[in-house]
Design a protein around this ligand. Sequence first.
Ligand SMILES: Cc1ncc(COP(=O)(O)O)c(C=O)c1O
Length: 397
Amino acid sequence: MTTLTETKTKKRGKGDLGFATRAIHAGQKPDPSTGAISPPIYQTTTYAQTAVGVNKGFTYSRTGNPTVAALEENLGILEKGVGGACYNSGLAAITALFSLLSSGDHAIIGTVVYGGTPRLANSIFSRFGIKFSYVDTSDAGAVKSEIRENTKLIFIETPANPTLKLSDIEALSEIKGEAKLVVDNTFYTPAIQIPIELGADIVMHSTTKYIEGHNTTIGGAIITRSKRELEELKFIQNAAGSILSPFNAWLTLRGLKTLDLRMKKHSENALAIAEYLESHPKVSKVLYPGLPSFPQAALARKQGNSLHGGMVSFELKGGVKAGLKFASSLSLISLAENLGAVETMVTHPATMTHAAMSRKSRLAAGITDGLIRVSVGLEDADDIITDLDQAIRKAAA
Ligand SMILES: Cc1ncc(COP(=O)(O)O)c(C=O)c1O
């Protein structure tokens, strides 16, 4: 399938198209039979063949579907890889990634990552003889000393969920040796940070979050810089059977069309909220990579563009009790597990997203009992602040 991006490549060179243009057009062109601008939802299980082995590139929708293929191509281009593979959740994407490993292999995972990642590693993949160790990946030296002969993967999340701690992708790419460096880019998205350009081998997304962006789908993706690895991931997708549905792929493609705009507004709102929280006498700590007080503010500027995303974490004075009262006093803002959507949502990681971690590991990772994570949405910043303000007052009463 010749895409608009490929056509333009001949005239302008792929790199000449801006991010917003690629997000809107890559992998898609008007439907040749009708001219429809929006790519059709190919809601079909199978495809008629004119003779045995003669087909139009698709045979069965577990193996490939045109709507899903358009999304995979789009994400591959946005993340500057050779292509992508989409799955029915972010965790299914990580399952496919860990399926690249064999018994006896070793993988390093950052200490601060989404709680479901170590749960998958420890409770399922470790049963098959794969060894995992957990390292503070913000310290490249610590990662280097943990690398063994059989280390095949280094999995990091940057910014990490929920402390927003950063890991230096370039520094890790220099010490990784034969291991593949994988970046979960869910929090920043390629609108802010392109890990492959910084030396990563593989990028992973929970497309459930900013990529689709509207709280309407669960999905995941892997993008790689190696053709051979992409083939292996496609083989795993077909053999293990986790695929994204055509409808969810279509919703995700639609979400991507506004990714650039959304990430700019998420970042603008989040900075306003972080500054408000930092000046509040009842708030003891605010974590946001765009604040000058953020411990890794210089790395945040080096690794991304001028945006810092929509995630802000903070701690109220009064610990867990104040945090729980705050969470139940919100009105416009929802207390919810998800992040990265147009609606502002608040999470209490210790009892929600990171409940699968032991308290000891949580505390060691900086996920304190009173930490609150805000996924700042696209409402008017003043309205978000008004709601936060009344809930903080109730929590302090
Ligand atoms: C950073 C990150 N990675 C991966 C996941 C897992 O994705 P999903 O919920 O789509 O399976 C999440 C979910 O919250 C996440 O926040």
